[in-house]
Design a binder for this molecule. Structure first.
Ligand code: ADP
Length: 160
């Protein structure tokens, strides 16, 4: 039987419980998931790409059907490189839809074989984003309910 694989791209700056919720759901459906940190030059970063990759790898340690890496380029090129045709994205609220709809449509224009699959996180993570975590971290607030312990530690170290 053909193995069904998928790519989950994002900034993951830093990885949150919301991202991990989406990965957990997707990993039940797909045989293998490539979680990939994409570089967005327009975004103000908190962690470097290698730091984000390490934090994701630590969070996903022991999960054999998940690979973490990074890519600097177009998503469609990464998807082709990984010999897959599925992109996973998370939808928190209707407000995500417009942006996600646009990206999915553009990717389909660039690569007609591509499919974008959306997952909804559990309700308590619908308000959660990496930028909220960065904002709280900026004022040295408590992020322990939003990110895994090793990420909270890295944020605390950064604040010193
Ligand atoms: P981007 O870099 O595209 O702005 P992120 O790197 O933060 O987005 O996230 C990658 C994907 O994960 C996006 O599809 C985003 O909607 C989704 N996502 C982020 N946080 C959550 C969350 N709390 N619940 C569900 N999906 C999320």
């Amino acid at each position: 039987m053909k193995k069904k694989t998928a790519v989950y791209p994002g900034s993951f700056d830093p990885v949150t419980f919301g991202h991990l919720d989406i990965i957990e759901r997707a990993a039940k459906i797909f045989d293998h998931i490539f979680v990939s940190v994409f570089t967005h030059s327009s975004k103000k970063n908190m962690f470097s790409v290698p730091e984000r990759v390490v934090m994701l790898k630590t969070a996903l340690k022991g999960k054999k059907n998940i690979t973490v890496d990074c890519f600097d380029g177009l998503l469609v090129d990464y998807v082709k490189k990984k010999k897959t045709d599925v992109v996973i994205r998370g939808l928190r609220a209707i407000s995500d839809l417009e942006y996600e709809f646009q990206i999915a449509a553009i990717n389909r224009t660039l690569y007609p074989g591509i499919e974008t699959v959306f997952f909804m996180p559990r309700q308590r993570y619908t308000y959660l984003s990496s930028s909220v975590v960065r904002d709280i971290a900026h004022f040295r607030g408590d992020v322990s309910k939003l990110v895994p312990p090793h990420v909270a530690k890295a944020i605390a170290r950064r604040g010193k």
